[in-house]
Design a protein around this ligand. Sequence first.
Ligand SMILES: C[S@@+](CC[C@H](N)C(=O)[O-])C[C@H]1O[C@@H](n2cnc3c(N)ncnc32)[C@H](O)[C@@H]1O
Length: 182
Amino acid sequence: MKKITDMAHELLSSYVHKTAICADFTMGNGYDTRFFAERATAGTVYAFDIQEEALTQTKKLLNDTANVRLILDNHLSMDRYIQDKLDAAIFNFGYLPNGSTTITTDAEISLSAVKKAFRLCKKHALLILVCYPGHAQGAKEAAMITKWCESLDAYTARIMKITMMNKPHAPFLFAVEKLSDL
Ligand SMILES: C[S@@+](CC[C@H](N)C(=O)[O-])C[C@H]1O[C@@H](n2cnc3c(N)ncnc32)[C@H](O)[C@@H]1O
């Protein structure tokens, strides 16, 4: 079975065309940014992180940065940087792999940022949310994101959840396809 992060890429692949506008709201080591950058070669990829280390790691992964904007800022400030509507975006919550486990996404900020990102999405864009309920802050965040997903009506979004049925603390993802123009 594929890892949850590979499943995220598989789902995103049909939304990320050559001129797509994409956002990686939690850049980390840059694997999601690279995924977007290699496909949206004539588009734009916005990538955010609050840690300088994430930008350093991501730069090492990218061969060509012409279509990429690496932004050292909170993803809650996304509307200062993104003027276009998005075709595809991802939040891969939690902390920087191999980095400090004390710098993790914050449940309240994550929920506000997800709502903002959803507003920035085009009709038929895909927003992926990867949750990590295995630590305390992650469990709180996963519960809040789950509640938000459940609150969207079926005319606003089509939402799929991929989860390990027999591993309750394993990461899971929501794939949120926007159905409205708003
Ligand atoms: C699980 S990692 C992301 C993994 C990454 N997408 C990859 O492919 O390696 C989560 C990242 O979110 C970042 N982060 C936490 N809070 C943030 C915020 N408010 N705005 C932007 N990035 C944030 C952390 O610094 C960390 O690097």
